[in-house]
Design a protein around this ligand. Structure first.
Ligand SMILES: C[S@@+](CC[C@H](N)C(=O)[O-])C[C@H]1O[C@@H](n2cnc3c(N)ncnc32)[C@H](O)[C@@H]1O
Length: 205
C-alpha cells in the first residue's frame, strides 16, 4: 500500500486513481496469508458461498473461485476484479462502496484483505453487524484489521482498533487464527509501521 507523499507517516490515499494504480500491481502476487490460512482451515469450497469485501483486483477472489467457492465480490473501485477472467459462472461482482451496502448474502465465508479499515468507525460497525448476520452456522470470517499503533492511525475516514476491540469482534465465535503484526515493514512507498490483526473465526454450528 502506498501513502500520500511517500513518507511513512503520511496518511494513505483513498481515491479511484490510487486504487487503480494499486490494483494494477496485484494480479500476479501470492495469495495473502489470511486468505490462504482460511482456505486451509475451511477446506475446498465445494459449492459453498464466499463474500470478498474490498476485493480489489481480485487475487483472493480468484483463489477462492479456483478452490470451488461461489463468490460475491464487493469493491467501490471501477478496476475491481481486473485479475479475474469474467464472466465467471461462480462470480457475482457488486461495485458498491462499503457505505452503500445495505445487506450481504447469507454466506459460508466472509473474507476482507486490507480493506475494512478504509471506512469510518460508524460505517465499520454497521458493516460488521451485517457480516455477523450474514454468516451461516459453521461459517468463517477471515479479515485483516488495522491497529492503533499503525503509522496511518488517525487518518480521517479510517478505522483503527485496539487489540481488545479487534478481539471483541469475534465475541460468540470460535477464534481459529489470530496474528498481530506490530513492526516496521515495507509499503510500496517505503517503510512504515504496520499494526495489523489477522483474525479468522468460525461461527459455531
Ligand atoms: C488495500 S486495497 C486491498 C484490495 C484487495 N483486498 C487486496 O488485498 O489486494 C483496498 C481495497 O478496498 C477498496 N475500498 C477502499 N475503501 C472502500 C470503501 N469505502 N468501500 C468499498 N471499497 C473500498 C479499494 O477500492 C481497494 O480495492
Amino acid at each position: 500500500m502506498s501513502s500520500l507523499s511517500g513518507t511513512s507517516s503520511a496518511y494513505p490515499v483513498n481515491s479511484n486513481e490510487h486504487w487503480a494504480l494499486y490494483n494494477a500491481r496485484q494480479s500476479e502476487r501470492d495469495v495473502r496469508a489470511t486468505c490462504r490460512r482460511a482456505m486451509e482451515l475451511a477446506g475446498p469450497g465445494a459449492g459453498r458461498t464466499a463474500v470478498d469485501l474490498g476485493c480489489g483486483a481480485g487475487r483472493e477472489t480468484r483463489a477462492l473461485l479456483e478452490s470451488g467457492w461461489r463468490v460475491t465480490a464487493f469493491d467501490g473501485d471501477p478496476t475491481m476484479l481486473s485479475a479475474v477472467d469474467q464472466p465467471h459462472p461462480a462470480l457475482t461482482a457488486r461495485r458498491l462502496s462499503f457505505e452503500q451496502i445495505t445487506e450481504l448474502p447469507d454466506t459460508d465465508l466472509i473474507h476482507a484483505a486490507y480493506a475494512l479499515p478504509w471506512q469510518d468507525r460508524p460505517h465499520f460497525d454497521r458493516l460488521w453487524t451485517m457480516i455477523r448476520s450474514a454468516l451461516r452456522p459453521g461459517g468463517w470470517i477471515a479479515v485483516d484489521l488495522f491497529g492503533v499503533r499503525d503509522s496511518w492511525a488517525g487518518a480521517p475516514g479510517m478505522t483503527f482498533l485496539t487489540e481488545t476491540e479487534a478481539k471483541s469482534l469475534a465475541d460468540g465465535l470460535t477464534v481459529e487464527h489470530w496474528h498481530e503484526e506490530d513492526e516496521l515493514g515495507a509499503a510500496s512507498s517505503g517503510p512504515k509501521h504496520w499494526h495489523v490483526f489477522q483474525l479468522i473465526a468460525r461461527r459455531p454450528t
